[in-house]
Design a protein around this ligand. Structure first.
Ligand SMILES: [Zn+2]
Length: 185
């Protein structure tokens, strides 16, 4: 079981990007098969009957490119922007105001439960992230070999998880031990 990176609870698009991970055991992909992808969508409140794996992983690659561009500067490939826009338009949805603890906005799909609606919800979230306040918080995990992104809500955070932080500290300690042994310090 993998712990979600900070921000995944606020952004399904961020969670989508992080479905592809590198672990010491190799690459892990939650969306490698239709059943896994359907389970992932269900966990994120986007249950669908049929999954078009290709469109979902194409959207993931496009969103990853947008997040990478946010953190590195420059412009994303035009195809990444087109892919996100096409996905966002796959299903018409209108904002709906709810007022419980305070005002909040939901997107009301015209075809709830369809794959197009799920894809569009992820793409809309991606657009909201990169154009909104959360965009400035997007960071790549700094641990070597980790490819996840997270929202840096605390200024000192540099890793997507305590696992990555521990790994970096262990590697640093190991390096120190070797340097002391070899007399390079
Ligand atoms: Zn990490």
């Amino acid at each position: 079981m993998v712990t979600a990176a900070p921000g995944e609870d606020r952004s399904p698009a961020l969670a989508l990007v992080n479905t592809r991970r590198l672990t010491p055991a190799g690459e892990t992909d939650d969306l490698a098969a239709p059943a896994g992808a359907a389970a992932w969508l269900r966990e994120h409140g986007l249950a669908v009957a049929d999954v078009d794996l290709r469109r979902l992983t194409d959207l993931r690659a496009a969103v990853r490119e947008l997040l990478a561009t946010l953190t590195q500067g420059g412009h994303p490939a035009a195809t990444a922007v087109e892919t996100v826009n096409a996905a966002a338009q796959a299903d018409a949805a209108a904002p709906r105001l709810t007022w419980e603890d305070g005002p909040s906005r939901e997107w009301h799909s015209t075809r709830p439960g369809s794959f197009d609606a799920a894809l569009a919800a992820l793409a809309r979230d991606a657009i909201e992230v990169v154009t909104g306040e959360l965009g400035s918080l997007v960071r790549p995990c700094e641990a070597h070999g980790c490819v996840r992104y997270y929202f840096r809500e605390h200024a000192r955070r540099r890793w997507c998880s305590t696992t990555c932080g521990d790994r970096v500290r262990a590697a640093r300690h190991q390096r120190l031990v070797v340097e002391q042994r070899d007399g390079t310090r």
